[in-house]
Structures are given as structure tokens and as C-alpha cells.
Write a protein that binds this ligand. Structure first.
Ligand SMILES: O=c1ccn([C@H]2C[C@H](O)[C@@H](COP(=O)(O)O)O2)c(=O)[nH]1
Length: 292
């Protein structure tokens, strides 16, 4: 829940910056050509960077498909092309896996078909489906229609054998064994233009990541958006060496029970980690190392 949400906000912000996404998914650094950015980042290929401020720019592909769908919901032209031929030039570590997103309104519902050239069934697929179905819901709210069908087609869907001596259970098996419910739906996005709230979410994400967040002004927000900001805060707190008390406090603030469990899971992981750390290291981690 945490890393897909961080990744979604990264996309929505139109950013290609490594610094932002490694806060949620450190593995992205393996794909950077220059150590600071990701050439294949989806954000700039879908959303104009200035959208987070308030743009209506012709290079904003998101706006292009919204305008097309407003004009004619049954258009077959509302396609955003992500993969580009030039991505496969030699020495590019970051070739986008998503080829196209195609939106269409059918029977007053917004359908989305995403086609991917390549998809990692464990690390990629759940993140991608989360991001794209959230984008489908954002577009549906902008158009004032219900969400329809989501279709995901993949040319190569694969499962890596990531087992080794130190990790005899594959990552796929570990995910399947997690006690978290994956069949409980998120609450529906509130009706109306979501962009004012999304712009706030993008700004809040940055402030939380940079440790400058002042949570006083989320009070007036719709509980749906407030919960997403709380999740981002929970993720940042969970990354810090302590913060168990603050995480506990957060669990009672969620409007939706769906998220609650994910924060409890982070707390449990922290408890297990604390209990498996020898006392001398615990003192060190807490900054109380004794004088010798
Ligand atoms: O949105 C993405 C981006 C990447 N990948 C995975 C698919 C592949 O396992 C790997 C990229 O490797 P190539 O297909 O480029 O070789 O990353 C995804 O699943 N989803």
C-alpha cells in the first residue's frame, strides 16, 4: 500500500527525479542512467510537470485525453503512448514497460485498457494495476462518470526465481503469506474534480518526505484524501529508527479501516526488528550509547 501510493504520487507530480521515488522504492536506483533521474519515468510522459500547479498545456497528455473524452466519450483516440521507439537505443537502463493507456467511455462508464510489453508479476504488476486503476478513477471523476472495466494486457508476464540461501522462500511466497487483506476495496474517490485535492496531496507528499510537513491544514479535507496523506506520513515515520509511539497515534486517525491494518503491520515489523536487535545496538540506535 505504501510504495504503490508513493509511486502514484510520483507519477502524478510529473517528476522523473530519483530522489523522490527511492523514498518508497529504493530499487529504482538500479535503473537510473545518470544517478539523479529516470529517463523512462511515466510521470512526465502522462502528466505535464506544471499540472501540479495548475496548467492547461498542450503537452499535458492527460488533459488531451480528458478533452477528447469530453468531446466524444466513445472516441477510440484517447490513447497515451508511454513507450517510445527511441527508448531502446543502446545503454538505456530505463526502458518503460508500459506501452499504451487507452481510455473510452462506454455506457456512461470509463474503461481503461493498459498494454505492457513486460511485467514482473510480483514487484511490478500490483504497483502498475494500483497506479493505473487510480488514474482511471481520477479520469472518471474529472468526466463525472462511473469507473468501468479495467483491462491489463501483458506481452511478457514473468516470475523471477529470486530464491537463494539467505532467502529460501521466494518474494512471491512471502507476499502470499502476508496476513494483509488484498480483497478489501479502497473507499471510492469523492465525486467532483479531484485535482485540487491531488495538488494538495503532491505538495503534502513532498513536505512529508522532506520532514517539513505541518499537518494542521488537513483537517478540512475529505476523509478519503486525508487518509492517503496519513498513509504517506505513516510510511515516513515507519522508515525512521523510532517513531513507534507516533505510528500508534496515527492508527486511530484513519477514516477507513482498510488502511489501519497496513500501519499495524508496519508497527509489528518494527516490534520484531527491535526484539531481534541485540541490546547494545538498541542503545546505539536510540542514540543512548553508554560511555565506556
Ligand atoms: O512498470 C513497470 C516497470 C518495470 N517492470 C519490470 C518488468 C521487468 O521484469 C523489468 C524490466 O526489465 P526489461 O523488460 O526492460 O528487461 O521491470 C514492471 O513490471 N513494471
Amino acid at each position: 500500500m505504501f510504495s504503490p501510493l508513493g509511486e502514484l504520487v510520483w507519477y502524478l507530480s510529473g517528476s522523473n527525479q530519483l530522489e523522490q521515488i527511492i523514498h518508497y522504492i529504493p530499487k529504482y536506483k538500479n535503473y537510473s542512467n545518470d544517478g539523479t533521474s529516470l529517463s523512462g519515468a511515466y510521470g512526465p510522459r502522462i502528466f505535464e510537470v506544471d499540472r501540479r500547479i495548475n496548467s492547461h498545456n498542450p503537452t499535458d497528455h492527460w488533459q488531451r485525453i480528458i478533452d477528447l473524452l469530453i468531446k466524444r466519450g466513445d472516441t477510440r483516440n484517447a490513447v497515451i503512448q508511454i513507450f517510445s521507439n527511441s527508448d531502446t537505443y543502446a545503454d538505456n537502463k530505463d526502458v518503460p514497460c508500459t506501452c499504451t493507456m487507452q481510455f473510452a467511455v462506454r455506457g456512461k462508464r470509463l474503461n481503461l485498457h493498459v498494454h505492457m510489453r513486460s511485467n514482473d508479476a510480483v514487484l511490478g504488476l500490483p504497483h502498475d494495476i494500483f497506479a493505473f486503476t487510480m488514474m482511471q478513477e481520477i479520469a472518471a471523476r474529472e468526466l463525472g462518470v462511473e469507473i468501468g472495466r479495467y483491462t491489463h494486457s501483458v506481452a511478457s508476464l514473468h516470475l523471477y526465481d529470486d530464491t537463494h540461501e539467505a532467502q529460501p522462500r521466494s518474494m512471491a511466497q512471502q507476499f502470499l503469506d502476508e496476513p494483509l487483506p488484498d480483497d478489501v476495496p479502497m473507499p471510492p474517490m469523492p465525486w467532483g474534480d479531484p485535482w485540487p485535492a491531488l495538488r494538495y496531496l503532491i505538495a503534502a507528499e513532498r513536505a512529508i518526505r522532506e520532514g517539513k510537513y505541518d499537518h494542521a491544514d488537513i483537517e478540512g479535507m475529505d476523509p478519503y484524501w486525508k487518509d492517503l496523506i496519513l498513509l504517506l506520513r505513516a510510511h515516513s515515520i515507519a522508515k525512521s529508527p523510532d517513531g513507534e509511539h507516533e505510528l500508534h497515534r496515527l492508527t486511530s486517525q484513519f477514516a477507513s479501516n482498510v488502511y489501519h491494518l497496513y500501519v499495524l503491520d508496519r508497527l509489528e515489523r518494527k516490534r520484531v526488528k527491535r526484539n531481534s536487535t541485540p541490546d547494545m545496538f538498541k542503545d546505539y540506535q536510540n542514540g543512548n550509547e553508554k560511555d565506556t
